[in-house]
Design a binder for this molecule. Structure first.
Ligand code: ATP
Ligand code: ATP
Ligand code: MG
Ligand code: MG
Lengths: 465, 465
């Protein structure tokens, strides 16, 4: 007789933590750091707070001279928005719980990254974690907690309220088994590359040996925060339409179209409804199930909807992107191309491609740096859409770029939904619309390099004469 | 004020269905077919039933002449064990619910594949699915059901009990939006490759145009079903140890070690407990939290535990593997290497590598066919450990194999836990222990090819003299 059982989301990701990037001690150390830093940066940017982020890894007493893998303490402090007292335990003690389940560009999207760091800490050290947060600079609540993995629920061991003394933000302190020897170069690259795309952030990282890496802001200008946006008709499926109708407070189909979908005005709504054969004055809640399917099919097929505009997005922008490239890569020549907004499956996105030639990096050969929603992607390059485009769709000879030229190509995608292929956010799916913008962006920066190299070459010829 | 929300597992995979392989109509059609076929084959093999599997894709009335993507009906019938009446709705209507959450080699492992097919069907067609099953050949229960995606729970529209007339098994009937034009070659390859590793199965696939692909069994010998096994000390973390202790019915530490862990006898248990500094006669439930951490660290560090044996596994075996290669690839020369059992993180695995040269496939160049627990892996080859080993760690010149030789390398891994990197089961992580066995397996079959080519070459020289 077959026995069935069910498991909670935390149980699932406990058993399958490879899927979330916690596969071995060196990778898990990296993932814990990145998930926590990304939470801090999201929080600062959403409320337009100039980020002050401090991360320290240290050996646990008595562990310093042991061989890897071994216990580390991870301490991270930010000056972000903080988390309301009632939300702190579930924010870190429940998988699929968070504030980013909306159509808005943020680093976080799955509702589980912070919780995974806590889970991994607990299963490798059997210790509770300490989460402290203040939303008002007056009171800071400190929770010492575990996760009940079978129930996917926090298990609070103690709670304290203390004077925050003006500090607003979030502090995470936990122990975990890591392998810093193996992951240090990736963790260092993570901080360097994060600084490249967030030049308005002060980021301090202290490694277990006490060495401090400090990235000081070179601008006080923060980007416009991303905005929540309405769904676009092209991306929508039947389930989503049903829910939109279920939540509809009342009014005609025309009003429903205009208020529900992105960039649909009265004129387009009426033209669409006539195309779809749906009376404009009925209430959407009167539609039968068959009508809803007919409506959904029509939403996909109707080709006069305006494409998603990118105004809800917050790309790096030429100024910030260039500042980051110049500061981190100190190139002899650089170029940046910010593409026009585009969309895949109704989700708006903006591609930005940068190029850095020579200068501080005089390593011959091509390097690819990838970013998505300001997150550096440091793993699984070979599976990423940027790598595919760069290697299969770009003809370097055509730009007279020598094979061993010291060249870095930097790609960044901003989107309300980055199409990661894994919950570990390592690489991006090859959607044709994204491929096209990457290809054109790369061609554009290479064209600019070609002009520079051409000019440089003819100036050298002049000099020799 | 930040608003938090939580989402159910089905809501998570509805929003992020790319993660599960349901990213677009052509891919989703493939994924629906494979998830259902893998469920059927698991069911037959577990109860040692010679599989009879029938899968039919057909156009939905009136859709035939529409452009892709369009609606298809998927019908799949097997002669497996069937599913108990009370379990049918949750088996297909709840994510993270299943019978494969145990330490045993099966195709399924996540408890969500069948449910994803149902979910995708519902969100693209708004139609209920029909699941029929009989466990005794007398009564067949037919459920017409939807998934309440927000609740992660089945929503049963109707239930019928009918005379099964001797049929025992499971039948799934659903509609979904697919793109057969784009996915037909992958779906066809899936069936061909499945037949390669399951030569004891009768598999029939009827495509939407009525074309029938039939794979008749060429052997009645079924492999030994895999067995559930005990965890191995090396793979265990603190959380798992705590649970094992919590479930302990009573007895000494020695008895706990012997009954809980794979291949631990009294002698090793006593030696280990003395190494760990834990009294052999106390009950494990007396251990403090610190002791449990100390016990877990010792379980990892102690090096005299016997490695996992492969006896719980069910590899293809030389006979079946060879029969499949000969039948499907009709090579001029073939070789097979079945490696000794090994383990990664305490999980036993067996690598089998096959080689097929020339014959029916005289396409010049190297082809890689990958399998895991008898599942063909047809996507993301570039990210898979087999691809990495083949391309980075094998020196073909050393075996005198010409660059354009018509060569297929076939890899198969059997394990109690295949380290997939995605829930879509597309490719496998590069664990060093797995890499090593693949490398040695590939070298072995290439050595045999080298002997063959050498002999063939010298015979041709003889002939010309
Ligand atoms: N440093 C922080 N400052 C403010 N809020 C935070 C912080 N860290 C976590 N949170 C809150 O906790 C929630 C859960 O975080 P978690 O990392 O688990 O998920 P997420 O960031 O929403 O998504 P993802 O899994 O993609 O990271 C966040 O949505 C956010 O509201
Ligand atoms: N054809 C079938 N015959 C017998 N049992 C089945 C069949 N299809 C599904 N089941 C049962 O339903 C359960 C859920 O199936 P589902 O595919 O969702 O998950 P799984 O196979 O356990 O794991 P995975 O997500 O990796 O496929 C299975 O564990 C199995 O017990
Ligand atoms: Mg997060
Ligand atoms: Mg399954």
């Amino acid at each position: 007789k077959t026995t069935f059982s069910e498991i909670s989301p935390s149980e699932f990701f406990y058993r399958n933590r490879d899927l979330a990037g916690f596969s071995n001690p060196s990778r898990a150390l990296y993932s814990a750091v990145r998930e926590i830093v990304e939470n801090s940066l999201d929080s600062c940017e959403l409320y337009r707070i100039l980020p002050e982020i401090y991360v320290r890894l240290s050996y646990v007493d008595g562990e310093e001279d042991k061989p890897e893998p071994k216990k580390y303490e991870l301490l991270a402090v930010d000056n972000g928005s903080g988390i309301e007292r009632e939300q702190i335990p579930k924010a870190f003690g429940r998988i699929f719980y968070g504030s980013k389940y909306r159509l808005r560009q943020t680093r976080g999207m799955f509702g589980m990254g912070g919780t995974m760091a806590v889970l991994y800490s607990q299963i490798t050290t059997n210790r509770a974690v300490e989460i402290t947060s203040s939303v008002d600079g007056k009171t800071a609540y400190k929770f010492v907690m575990l996760i009940d993995i079978e129930k996917n629920y926090p298990s609070i061991l103690s709670e304290e309220a203390n004077d925050a003394k003006g500090w607003r933000g979030t502090k995470v302190k936990l122990q975990l088994v890591g392998d810093y020897f193996r992951s240090s170069s990736k963790i260092n690259d993570y901080f360097k590359n994060t600084a490249l795309v967030t030049p308005y952030a002060n980021i301090t990282f202290v490694d277990p040996n006490g060495k401090m890496m400090q990235f000081l802001r070179n601008t006080n200008t923060m980007p416009e925060p991303p905005k929540e946006t309405l769904p676009h008709p092209h991306g929508i499926d039947v389930e989503a339409v049903k829910r939109l109708i279920k939540n509809w407070k009342g009014g005609t189909m025309t009003k429903f179209m205009v208020q529900t979908f992105h960039r649909v005005g009265n004129k387009i709504a009426l033209d669409f409804l006539s195309y779809a054969g749906i009376p404009p004055n009925i209430d959407p809640r009167e539609l039968s199930n068959e009508d809803i399917v007919k409506l959904t099919d029509a939403l996909h097929a109707y080709d006069k909807f305006l494409p998603p505009d990118g105004r809800c997005l917050s790309p790096l922008g030429e100024e910030i992107f260039t500042a980051g490239i110049v500061k981190e890569l100190e190139p002899e020549f650089y170029a940046v191309e910010v593409r026009e907004p585009a969309a895949y499956s109704g989700y708006p996105f903006i591609i930005e491609v940068g190029l850095a030639y020579g200068g501080k990096n005089n390593q011959p050969g091509l390097r690819l740096l990838r970013f998505a929603n300001r997150i550096p992607l440091l793993y699984d390059e070979g599976s990423d859409v940027s790598f595919k485009v760069l290697n299969e769709e770009i003809d370097f000879k055509r730009y007279n770029v020598p094979q061993d030229a010291p060249l870095s190509i930097i790609t960044h995608i901003s989107s309300t939904k980055v199409p990661y292929k894994t919950v570990g956010k390592e690489y991006i799916a090859d959607r044709p619309e994204i491929e096209k913008e990457l290809r054109n962006g790369m061609r554009e920066v290479l064209r600019k390099l070609q002009v520079y190299l051409g000019r440089k070459g003819s100036m050298e010829k002049q000099r020799r004469k």
